[in-house]
Design a protein around this ligand. Structure first.
Ligand code: NDP
Length: 254
């Protein structure tokens, strides 16, 4: 299991204070990494740090808004100052507003694109010099089923998540020479705060997801522990530029 070990590694997980991000942070912590989680809400941050500390991890929270380039630079600086470097960046923070395309205001488009896509660009650029300094590095981005499919109620979100996959491929090709691997995870329908809102907004969604998912259930944040450890560890050193669905088979259902 040495190939999967993360002891001595430092990971920064945006949106790590809840949902999928906290599931990923838990997986990385269990494999031995020190963890910096990033979120805007200090209460959620404190609860998540306590959970990670209970797993024996050195964990700290950083308050930042990843839609702002200056915050992305500051969060990387703070993690490096706290833990002495950076090995793993997980760009997970994201948001959604569900409407028909014609009903979005321009500022809603901007909020979704800034939070889900520009944030990945800003975070990766901020982290790159630190990863390069280490001589190796891992970046994990989070796409969606909407990186693959469209949905009438998710125009800006689908555009942002399609962009995340293309950005992942571009960065993977650019930074392979620096021994930095960049891969995307594409979650299926996962039970989190984000989708609790979706189930409220989209009638029948709960049942439709269960019906269409071969595994016959919604995913949980813990379903991301294993893939995160794989993509963050030496076990995936020849894997780069991929987009891996973690979806109970949703995307291959005919
Ligand atoms: P949650 O709403 O549960 O968590 C979102 C996280 O992102 C929170 O930690 C939140 O913290 C943080 N966040 C949001 N905006 C910002 C911001 N501007 N700056 C810093 N942190 C921010 O969502 P999920 O766990 O469901 O989603 C995580 C990722 O997975 C997202 O990228 C989402 O698009 C993607 N995804 C989720 C799916 C699902 O079914 N749940 C399916 C496919 C993809 P805080 O509020 O404290 O800032």
């Amino acid at each position: 299991m040495q190939r999967f070990a993360l002891s001595g590694k430092v990971a920064l997980v945006t949106g790590g204070n809840g949902g999928i991000g906290l599931g990923i942070a838990q997986g990385l912590a269990e494999a031995g990494a020190d963890i910096a989680i990033v979120g805007r809400n200090s209460d959620k941050n404190a609860t998540a740090v306590a959970r990670l500390a209970a797993l024996g991890a050195r964990a700290r929270a950083i308050v930042a808004d990843v839609a702002k380039p200056e915050d992305c630079r500051a969060m990387v600086e703070e993690a490096v100052a706290a833990f002495g470097g950076l090995d793993i960046l997980v760009c997970n923070a994201g948001t959604n507003i569900r409407k028909q395309p014609q009903d979005y205001a321009p500022e809603e488009w901007r909020l979704i694109l800034d939070t889900n896509l520009s944030s990945v660009w800003f975070s990766c650029l901020a982290a790159y010099p630190e990863l390069k300094k280490r001589g190796r590095g891992k970046i994990i981005t989070i796409g969606s089923m909407m990186s693959l499919f469209g949905a009438s109620f998710a125009g800006p979100y689908a555009a942002s998540k399609g962009g995340v996959v293309q950005l992942t491929r571009a960065l993977a090709t650019a930074w392979a020479k620096d021994n930095i691997q960049v891969n995307a995870i594409l979650p299926g329908w996962i039970d989190t705060e984000l989708t609790r809102r979706a189930r409220r907004d989209v009638p029948g969604l709960e049942e439709r997801v269960v019906q269409r998912t071969p595994a016959g259930r919604w995913g949980t944040p813990e379903d991301f522990c294993g893939i995160a450890v794989f993509l963050a560890s030496a076990a995936s050193d020849f894997v780069t530029g991929t987009a891996i669905p973690v979806d109970g088979g949703y995307s291959v259902q005919g």
